[in-house]
Design a protein around this ligand. Structure first.
Ligand SMILES: Nc1ncnc2c1ncn2[C@@H]1O[C@H](COP(=O)(O)OP(=O)(O)OP(=O)(O)O)[C@@H](O)[C@H]1O
Length: 224
């Protein structure tokens, strides 16, 4: 379960990027977070994986107030959370295999198990033939799927994705969205930030709309 209690965040002395936001995302839910550019979507995701601390309020993941975690506890939190960034953040000097393997290496998996698991997820993504490629030689859609493979290879409890279908064509968007849905069916809680209204409208998922740092619409408000 993800919970935000009256969360505000101001960058330096600026206006609040998030203003008194409260939100509950039950385990196994799938939500789209939407709103115009600058509405606060990326900021909210960053709070959820401990990259930012709220100026006010609390962010609670699985019953744990994450602003109370020490620096050394943050990596432990992140093991539960797969993140797909807006710009993929793939390592350019490493192969596709090595990029995805990173997630399991930090968890201390053995080399043989890593090889098997990475091959399996890349096959699911239709990328097994690119396993030894340099990510920079892949198309945008393929790079996005490598980023997703890296985020999902350890079956995280939570998947956070920031504008994952941004520059993709319709076919690639469909493919990415169906990967999210499959992960969700396997039990991962999914939070996707996007301003791609078309992707959202056809998906019949919970929709949370941010405007100037406030939640102005929630298609599935959960009673207190
Ligand atoms: N590092 C930063 N320093 C100062 N202000 C920031 C920083 N990052 C974001 N902001 C400001 O916070 C507000 C919310 O930004 P955020 O990136 O969360 O919006 P967003 O909804 O994700 O936008 P986009 O769809 O363009 O990615 C904006 O006004 C933005 O200018």
């Amino acid at each position: 379960m993800i919970q935000l209690h009256n969360v505000s965040l101001a960058y330096q002395n600026d206006m609040a990027a998030l203003n008194n936001v409260s939100l509950k995302v039950p385990k196994g839910d799938f939500i789209f977070l939407t709103g115009q550019s600058g509405a606060g979507k990326s900021t909210l995701l960053k709070l959820l994986y401990g990259a930012l601390d709220p100026t006010q309020g609390q962010v609670v993941i699985d019953g744990q107030n994450i602003s109370r975690l020490s620096r050394s506890q943050i990596p432990h939190l992140r093991r539960k959370i797969g993140v797909v960034f807006q710009d993929f953040k793939l390592l350019p000097q490493r192969t596709v295999l090595e990029n995805v393997a990173v997630t399991l290496e930090v968890l201390g998996w053995g080399k043989k198990d890593i090889g098997k698991k990475v091959y399996h997820i890349l096959k699911q993504m239709g990328l097994e033939h690119k396993i030894n490629s340099n990510p920079l030689r892949l198309s945008g859609g393929e790079q996005q799927r490598v980023a997703l493979a890296r985020a999902l290879v350890n079956d995280p409890k939570i998947l956070l994705a920031d504008e994952p279908t941004g520059n993709l064509d319709e076919e690639n968007k469909e493919q990415i969205l169906s990967i999210f849905k499959e992960a969700n069916i396997r039990g991962t809680t999914v939070v996707v930030a996007t301003h791609d209204r078309r992707a959202i409208e056809n998906s019949h998922r919970r929709l949370v709309v941010l405007e100037k740092g406030r939640i102005v619409e929630d298609s599935n408000v959960i009673a207190e």
